[in-house]
Design a protein around this ligand. Sequence first.
Ligand SMILES: Cc1ncc(COP(=O)(O)O)c(C=O)c1O
Length: 463
Amino acid sequence: MTNWMPTLSPEKPRYVAIADAIAADLTGGKLKAGDRLPPQRELAWKLGVTIGTVTRAYQEASKRGLLSGEVGRGSYLRDPRPNYAAAQSISNGVEPGLLDMQMSAPPRVTQAADFEAGLTEIMRDPGWIELLDYPSAQGFALHRAAGVKWLKKSGIDISSDQVVLSSGAQSSLISVLSTITTPGERFLIEPLTYPTMQPICRQFGLQMRTLQNDAEGVTPDSLEHYARRGEARIVYIVPTLQNPTTATLSMERRQAIADIARHYDLTIIEDDVFRLLADDAPPPIQSMAPERTYHITSLSKTTAPGLRMAFMAPPPGATEALNRQQMIIGGRPNALSAELARRWIETGVADRALTAIRQELGVRRDIAMQYLGGLQVRCAPGSMFAWITLPPYWRPSDFAAAALAIGIKVTPGSAFAMDPSVQQNAIRACFGPAPSREMVGDAFERLRALIDKCPVEDCHTMA
Ligand SMILES: Cc1ncc(COP(=O)(O)O)c(C=O)c1O
């Protein structure tokens, strides 16, 4: 056992400083692979910190691939070779030691064994050497058939000739917009929505016109308001567990939107990436207006985002143009990913991942809500984030900066506003990607303490 006594950087949270010291001393030779670190209680006592801080520090070091060990058996140092966890933090642009609550991603539930089994099966089948060739524009028929099966879970019934494969819902959105819009045209969108729509619309020269939302989501009246005046011909909607408000449109609203679209000849882009996480989502708008709806789903939120696999159900007759566009923009999926996704859909691994993600999100949501009592929070069951209205003394951007200073990345509400006039005083905190439930609890405890702490001297004058 090592008698290690770390030197801690005073600027960082204690647990990050301890993890940093482990890394530095491994590189510097004070520690070596195979050494056992002091028991947590002992190190806590030596450093004058709580055991919880040392537990977090060791978790952080494990996340960086510096420790191995089982609960109760001690923490042993590992070779600080690059590992996937550390590599991912780097490539995601998240510094080690920061908890990323910005990324709207599910908890990682996919088992290494499923990954290995899927890839091994692919390698064993000599026919799949074809995966290394350029795929055709529409992709492999088997992959489209898997898409039909997955879309059926959402109540979408289309043929495999009609399904469009792409490398994530974001690629699907880009190929739809590049196919059906013309630069300069007006485009209807919810006032708060998926932030990446801003740069995408800018890229296509679209002028966004924001609809109105109430507690249930986008209002059909606001859609009719623009449609009647012929102001736009395309509308983008996230109908289920909306990002960031977590609202789900009722059956009546979906029907009203479909009716208005038909009456005024609007095209609907239905981005339903969160749908399968909801308990009882009403039928998709696509099923009410299939002739004018581009329905988009992906495996990112329901299986694994790194697969980069999405399925689109476009209106009849639209498939060929979309596939052509996918070739131009480079939006086709990697055939290896598509094959892994197909096998997981066919063998039930994807269903199992979906169930596990839903369960884990439910537990995490309960943990988060324990710390958010008395605040105005939107976090519908199934969602992977909480949309938290801040007290008037916090500006969302200041709050996000203050949260970053304590090691937590959250997104200020302005990132979701499609129009600068959309007033909101909220932040979005995602509890999906955190490495553990403990870290979710700890993060929300600290965020709550920060919310309650007024950043200026006299808060009463601002209430
Ligand atoms: C509403 C919405 N649509 C699309 C996406 C992108 O999904 P994908 O990872 O499949 O590209 C996201 C990701 O956060 C999202 O929130």
